[in-house]
Ligand binder design. Structure first.
Ligand code: SAM
Length: 235
């Protein structure tokens, strides 16, 4: 059995009772993206299950051995540094290999950064596209142009170092008036959720230092924000 266990994206209280039970009692090994980060979380809850490194740089090499151990009966959990494994984090390769080998996989529900960003943005969240990180170089412009055509909200992960570049590019492809939201430091002390037209976000964040982790939520091409929607009578 492989458990995918979401971990807090900032506030260490955001972990479920089930996640704590699985990590502390159900598994013999925890595969961790960064064992130091996970050790801090486990220490907070007095969990002493052994950790093993499983990250983007060793997953291709490690996956065969891990699946063999799982198939032989060792229960393991996979965690990433924060949020849900497999969401812009290692996990997919291992899950696919487990499914192919007939190993049972269970993903616990739990924290992930894009859901609170999307839902708190005030932008339509009935339909959305999750993009995650844009490529830094090759293919970036193509993705941006594609995203600009989407009729529904889309969600990007971005680093503070590339925020201004990303906002500038989004203004270029989506236009200055497209509504967007910057959700920063979610669940942490300096959480900030700012929804405004793209050009306004660009001007605001050009004039101040931006730190921390962030999600960008951008409304779709033909959508208007709820307060701009005309009254519609469906009857
Ligand atoms: N697996 C994670 C998830 O489920 O959301 C995502 C991991 S990805 C490597 C890290 C990115 O997630 C960050 O660069 C940022 O875009 C976003 N992120 C993670 N924690 C966040 C937070 N507390 N506030 C805003 N964005 C966050």
């Amino acid at each position: 059995m492989l458990y995918l266990v979401p971990t807090p994206i900032g506030n260490l209280e955001d972990i479920t009772l089930r996640a704590l039970r699985v990590l502390g009692q159900e598994v013999s090994v925890i595969l961790a993206e960064d064992t130091r980060t996970t050790r801090r979380l486990l220490a907070r809850y007095d969990i002493r299950t052994p950790l093993r490194a499983f990250h983007a740089h060793n997953e291709h090499a490690a996956v065969g051995r891990v699946v063999a151990e799982l198939a032989a009966g060792t229960a393991m959990a996979l965690v990433s540094d924060a949020g849900t494994p497999g969401i812009s984090d290692p996990g997919f390769l291992l899950v696919r290999a487990c499914r192919q080998a007939g190993v049972r996989v269970e993903c616990l529900p739990g924290p992930t950064a894009f859901v609170p960003a999307l839902v708190a943005s005030g932008l339509p969240c009935d339909r959305f596209h999750f993009e995650g990180f844009l490529p830094h170089k090759k293919g970036r412009q193509m993705r941006l142009k594609y995203l600009a055509t989407l009729p529904h909200t889309f969600v990007l992960y971005e680093s503070p170092y590339r925020l201004l570049r990303c906002l500038t590019e989004l203004v270029e492809v989506c236009g200055p008036d497209r509504m967007a939201c910057l959700a920063r430091e979610l669940t942490k002390l300096h959480e900030e959720i700012a929804t405004a037209p793209l050009a306004e976000l660009l001007s605001t964040y050009s004039n101040r230092e931006v730190k921390g982790e962030m999600v960008l939520v951008v409304s779709g091409k033909s959508e208007k924000t709820a307060h701009q929607l005309p009254e519609v009578n469906d009857e």
